[in-house]
Design a protein around this ligand. Structure first.
Ligand SMILES: Cc1ncc(COP(=O)(O)O)c(C=O)c1O
Length: 456
């Protein structure tokens, strides 16, 4: 156990996310481990934020980066393509579901989701004409689609919206697929997927002719704690979108590139979206990189229309980031990391079962190396901890004290005001092995015991 009080924020000039918290200074990383200035070791049990998929300190990536930087690291996408950009687009098109054969590059998740929304609008402008009314993006409660204002407008995580509400475009929010605490008060399977049908209700209420797209995370991450939907959910969502001519955007920013044991999480249900937003694991923490994959139908509308996607970012598709992206895909394939994610995911969930005896563990869910644990005050009634106890934060502190980093979240439960509820995500790099899984769970078990002693 240790405290890192040396690293008080007032000792540096950074505007930290939380100016009342200590931030250990990391010097290097290797594999699933990070090390700080005092030589303390941490297991990166959440890959930063489900980012460092291939682990830290991979020399092949550093080498590829060096070689590309020596060659050319930047060209602007308004004038040039580059070989890494062309090759990476082709590789992603090959991996993406169905006919998502076209790629628009960005530098992160918020850029990916915002680009997806603008692309949906562009599709209707191209296919229906300038006077189309299709502009609304429907999203779900307890979702997270990014930190920029457009992305926050599509985000259904109330605590992340609250302060900025007056600045947000108002889009409809529908029920999440969250069986542990169904917001519609129903129970699966008797509910007959009322949460999916809530999308139909919202489309009709909004007027189908004004709705451009529905956006959802295949497995709800940051705002809900790795919550997978029932297996029939996304096929039903696909049918509803098709019925009303609404585009389906899946946000694979957190789940893409092997995190859930399939290349993309929608692959679990064989659903092909119209647009797919990716980032995080794509650059794997080595470089900011993201992409929007889009269907032939959308690309065709642009090609046979104005040809213009009036949108872009300075760093979109820069050669250096794309070269790194290629190296990460090579590493992922060479080490069969999607299969490892599936197999180590099974091992992780098997070991996590031992946590169920801890009184503050309410629900354990997820897929692959993407596991969420919801915290409760009472296992039987599923009562949440009062927000004043900051239960997710207490667990995180106890984990950090044992050299384990997990990804906490709160405010996704209780009511539409999102005032209660605590969870955290365990999502180690996809290179994790069997012994490391056991070590993660052992540290977690001890941390949860200590947290229960503080919270109950
Ligand atoms: C599902 C999802 N979408 C979008 C984002 C935003 O990504 P970024 O922080 O790279 O902008 C995140 C980040 O956590 C995410 O989890």
């Amino acid at each position: 156990m240790f405290s890192s009080s040396r690293y008080l924020p007032q000792h540096d000039s950074i505007l930290h996310r939380n100016m009342h918290r200590d931030y250990p200074v990391i010097t290097h990383g290797e594999g699933i481990y990070l090390y700080d200035e005092d030589g303390r070791e941490y297991i990166d049990g959440c890959s930063g934020a489900m980012v460092a998929n291939i682990g830290h300190g991979v020399q092949e990536v550093a080498e590829a980066m060096y070689q590309q930087a020596r060659t050319v690291s930047f060209t602007h996408s308004s004038r040039f393509a580059s070989r890494p950009m062309v090759d990476l687009a082709q590789r992603i098109a090959g991996l993406a579901p169905g006919d998502l054969n076209h790629v628009f590059f960005v530098s992160g998740g918020s850029e990916a989701t915002e680009s997806s929304a603008k692309l949906a609008r562009t599709f209707f402008l191209e296919s229906e004409g300038e006077d189309t009314s299709r502009h609304k993006i429907i999203s779900r409660l307890h979702s997270y689609h990014g930190g920029t204002l457009g992305a926050v407008a599509m985000t259904g995580h109330i605590p992340r919206r609250r302060k900025y509400e007056p600045m947000l475009v108002q889009f409809p929010l529908v029920a999440p697929a969250y069986c542990y605490r169904c917001t519609l008060g129903l129970t699966y399977p008797g509910c007959e997927l009322a949460c999916a049908k809530d999308l139909e209700r919202a489309i009709l209420e909004a007027d189908p002719g004004t709705v451009a797209a529905f956006i959802a995370e295949p497995i709800a991450g940051a705002a809900a704690g790795a919550v997978p939907p029932p297996d029939e959910y996304f096929p039903e969502i696909r049918r509803i979108c098709d019925r009303y001519g609404v585009l389906l955007i899946v946000d694979e920013v957190m789940t893409g590139f092997g995190r859930t044991g399939e290349q993309f999480a929608v692959d679990h249900w064989d659903v092909t979206p119209d647009i797919m937003a990716c980032a995080k694991g794509m650059g794997a923490g080595y470089i900011p990189l993201g992409a929007v994959a889009l269907s032939d139908r959308i690309a065709d509308a642009l090609v046979s229309g104005s040809g213009q996607f009036t949108h872009g970012f300075t760093y979109s598709g820069n050669p250096l980031a794309c070269r790194v992206g290629l190296e990460i895909l090579d590493f992922t394939e060479k080490h069969d990391l999607v299969r490892n994610s599936r197999e180590m995911g099974r091992a992780l969930f098997a070991e996590l079962e031992s946590l169920e005896t801890n009184h503050i563990v309410g629900d354990i869910r997820g897929r692959g190396l993407f596991a969420g644990v919801e915290l409760v005050r009472d296992q039987q009634t599923r009562e949440c901890f009062p927000p004043s106890l900051a239960a997710a934060e207490v667990v995180t502190q106890e984990c950090m004290a044992r050299g384990l980093v997990v990804y906490p979240g709160s405010g996704m439960v209780g009511d539409r005001r999102g005032t209660k509820g605590d969870q955290f995500i365990v999502g180690p790099p996809l290179i994790v092995d069997r012994n490391e899984i056991s070590e993660i769970v052992a540290r977690l078990e001890a941390a949860l015991e200590a947290a229960a002693a503080r919270l109950l």
